[in-house]
Design a protein around this ligand. Structure first.
Ligand SMILES: Nc1ncnc2c1ncn2[C@@H]1O[C@H](COP(=O)(O)OP(=O)(O)OP(=O)(O)O)[C@@H](O)[C@H]1O
Ligand SMILES: [Mg+2]
Length: 386
């Protein structure tokens, strides 16, 4: 088992600065997910931890030792790639055995014919086969051991790739979008398997994904990287409910958070938003509402704002209602249960309500404003009862 410590990791490709002094401590046994827009440097960071790429500055520690300069095989990490990187001409069994063969057999013992004559080879090969079988049983792929990758489904290939990483019993698993080649349904079931695997093995996982649901459900903590910088690292719920920056709020959550210029809401939430701007100056201030934190009410309800329904999306368990309100560029999206509230149809006029405690306020630079939030509640209550 091992913790990972990144200290000021920087990396450029040519003139492009891909990672800008990233520092990050990952706890022993933690499941940490790296998320961020395409090209922000997630894979590069993972490859630096693995030793597949060298950083320009900064240092990587795994467990209690600095691993800078150590080759991948000396770092006690195993990596699972998006493409699985299985050898197409080898059976599943041989694919899974590769890391053990490389580690346990000498160069002579690995040779196809001569190797068999070398002392100890047979015994070593038998113990490798037994280890491979044990992992295959755990992953439910034992019946596939004699097949080649071309004869497997995507999900089966994915399991083989995880199995190949597992046989070495690494202290750290590094996974780069391991589920991205699977269809939506299979992703969900493989997601659960990865979570169980982590619970069972209890080792450190660093996981890269584009998929919000994966990041939210799997992780102890999520690290959001934008443009090579670590923007926030926190448990998923904190990232979602208590973001430090408007970019974090906008990246996390689907449908996305509703972001509105405070000036457009000054009549609706005048007093409530005033605390956010210096001396009532709301220029550049943005207010965010999560779709499930807005509610639809009858027109004229105290403390509400009038709107007109533009579009209703039915998703089975949820319903997304797009609502135009005055002076905003885009409609606000409200998430409701299909059976909640009135029958909502495009063109209908309704009103929207929000609790001040559910508003996320950001300054002109995008930084979260948390200044005296209790005031906001008090003011709005005073206003609606006036
Ligand atoms: N070997 C390389 N040579 C030059 N540029 C590279 C190299 N590897 C990555 N890059 C660039 O570095 C940046 C970060 O790449 P990286 O693969 O880490 O992004 P990512 O966050 O994993 O993106 P994605 O989500 O699309 O996989 C990109 O702009 C990419 O084009
Ligand atoms: Mg990548």
């Amino acid at each position: 088992m091992a913790s990972i410590s990144l200290d000021g990791i920087g990396k450029s490709f040519g003139r492009t600065r891909v990672l800008k002094r990233i520092s990050l401590d990952i706890r022993d046994g933690e499941f940490l997910t790296l998320v961020g827009p395409s090209g922000c440097g997630k894979s590069t960071l993972l490859r630096i931890i693995a030793g597949l790429e060298l950083q320009d500055e900064g240092s990587v520690r795994i467990g209690d030792r600095a691993v800078d300069g150590l080759p991948p095989k000396a770092r006690d990490v195993a990596m699972v790639f998006q493409s699985y990187a299985l050898y197409p001409h080898m059976t599943v069994e041989r694919n899974m055995a590769v890391p053990l063969v490389m580690r346990r057999l000498g160069a002579l013992q690995r040779m196809p014919l001569l190797g068999r004559l070398a002392p100890g080879t047979e015994r070593m090969r038998a113990s490798i086969a037994a280890d491979v079988r044990k992992v295959a049983l755990a992953l439910g792929i034992e019946p596939l051991l004699a097949r080649k990758p071309g004869q497997l489904s995507g999900g089966q290939r994915q399991r083989v790739a995880v199995g190949r990483a597992m046989v070495r019993q690494p202290a750290v698993f590094l996974m780069d979008e391991p589920l991205s080649n699977l269809d939506a349904k299979l992703r969900v079931s493989m997601r659960a398997e990865i979570k169980e695997l982590h619970a069972k093995l209890g080792v450190t996982f660093v996981y890269v994904t584009h998929d919000q649901a994966e990041a939210m459900t799997l992780s102890d903590r999520v690290a959001l990287v934008i443009d090579g910088e670590l923007v926030q690292i926190a448990p998923p719920q904190v990232l979602y409910n208590d973001p430090d920056h408007v970019n974090v709020a906008a990246f996390v959550g689907s449908p996305s958070i509703n972001l509105v210029q405070a000036t457009a809401l000054s009549e609706w939430l005048a007093s409530a938003v005033r605390w956010a701007g210096d001396a009532g100056n709301l220029d550049g201030v943005t207010i965010g509402f999560r779709p499930e934190r807005l509610s639809i009410c009858n027109e004229g309800t105290a403390g509400s704002i009038a709107g007109r329904i533009r579009l209703v999306e039915h998703l089975g368990a949820d319903r997304y209602v797009h609502i135009d309100i005055a002076r905003t560029e885009r409609p606000l999206i409200v998430r409701t249960h299909p059976h909640d509230g009135p029958d909502l149809a495009p063109g209908a006029t309704i009103a929207l309500q929000a609790e001040p405690k559910d508003m996320l306020v950001f300054d002109a630079a995008g930084r979260r404003l948390r200044k005296r939030p209790c005031d906001a509640t008090e003011i709005l209550i005073a206003r609606s009862s006036a």
